[in-house]
Design a binder for this molecule. Structure first.
Ligand code: F6P
Length: 341
């Protein structure tokens, strides 16, 4: 069998480990061959390919980014569509696709699968917001990067008796903020799922400062004050018409400073959280996802998605990853909030 592999949407540490796991297992155990599709759906629609054999994936498990490139292209727009994709796959003699991506990518994969195209999916997002799987690769790395950054911010906060605000990723969900904030011992954690008033934030900041601590506030990019209707966005829309987030930390810092009199500085971590070497956890999860995706293909389990349940890798439906995001349950935020202030 000849399988086209693509990575689509925002990059996440571990993408290369998925590709490597799939190619090694597919070649060795199922006699598969692979075609690398460049820049996500764009490369499929444009028939832009690269070789993807064992030699091409040598040593890539520890590399961030994706050797195939990625894009946020919609496969149904422009020259795309089901007929064009069928034509490209026939000409390239591809029997099926292995698609690695987040919710938008998996929604497109589901549509193509329903139209009869052979696809197996691998879930990906640093935000960890896909309900089909307990964890996505990339999340652990992002949490580790954010935690280390906050440890560093704390030393400056301590030296200068400042309040430090760290903004982390998390468009709709606060998993990165919750985990990195708890790990770094933040005095306040602010997540998109839970609107919070400035008075509450100021109360926690003041109480930490009065105990002689330099207050640390960890805020997810998608957080809303109780006075806001939409997440803070100042950089226009992305290719799917979604607002580009980022900047809520810079917005909060002067409000906290004005209300408390404590010098307050904000740092936005942004793409630093998505870049660089994947953690060991992410490498293992991603490798297992890649290996199990080729197992699913070998069993003819088209139209399915690999997922982590507990410590097992299972096969599930595309639908299980779509429609409903895995948000932070209220009790998880309340548990963390016991240590605020
Ligand atoms: O979905 C993952 C994510 O990193 C979000 O946390 C963030 O809002 C978005 O992607 C940023 O996307 P881009 O890199 O396209 O600006």
């Amino acid at each position: 069998m000849r399988i086209g592999v693509l990575t689509s949407g925002g990059d996440a540490p571990g993408l290369n480990a998925v590709i490597r796991g799939a190619v090694l297992n597919g070649e060795r155990h199922y006699g598969m061959t692979f075609v690398g599709i460049r820049d996500g759906w764009r490369g499929l629609v444009d028939a832009d390919f690269q070789t993807l054999a064992r030699a091409d994936v040598k040593g890539i498990g520890k590399l961030g980014g994706t050797i195939l490139g990625s894009s946020r292209t919609n496969p149904f727009e422009g020259n795309g569509g089901i007929d064009r994709i069928n034509q490209v796959m026939t000409e390239a003699e591809m029997d099926g696709l292995l698609v690695i991506g987040g919710e938008g990518t998996l929604a497109a994969a589901n549509r193509l699968s329903e139209a009869g195209i052979n696809i197996v999916g691998v879930p990906k997002t640093v935000d960890n917001d896909l309900s089909a799987t307990d964890y996505t690769f990339g999340f652990d790395t992002a949490v580790n990067v954010a935690t280390e950054a906050m440890d560093r911010l704390r030393t400056t906060g301590d030296s200068h008796h400042r309040c430090m605000v760290a903004e982390v990723m998390g468009r709709h969900v606060g998993w990165i903020a919750l985990h990195s904030g708890m790990a770094a011992g933040a005095h306040v954690i602010l997540i998109p799922e839970r609107k919070t008033s400035l008075d509450e934030i100021v109360g926690w900041v003041t109480s930490a400062f009065e105990r002689g601590r330099a207050p640390l506030v960890c805020v997810a990019e998608g957080f809303l004050l109780d006075t806001m209707d939409d997440a803070h966005s100042e950089r226009g829309l992305d290719a799917f018409g979604r607002p580009r987030l980022g900047g809520i930390g810079e917005k909060l810092a002067p409000l906290i400073e004005e209300a408390t009199g404590i010098e307050t500085r904000a740092t936005t971590l942004g793409h630093i959280q998505r870049g660089g070497t994947p953690s060991a956890f992410d490498r293992v999860l991603a490798t297992r996802f890649g290996m199990n995706a080729t197992r699913a293909i070998s069993e003819g389990n088209w139209g399915s998605l690999v997922a982590l349940r507990g410590t097992d890798i299972v096969n599930t439906s595309f639908e299980s990853a779509l429609g409903q995001l895995k948000t932070v349950p209220d009790e998880r935020w309340s548990e963390a909030a016991l240590l605020f202030g």
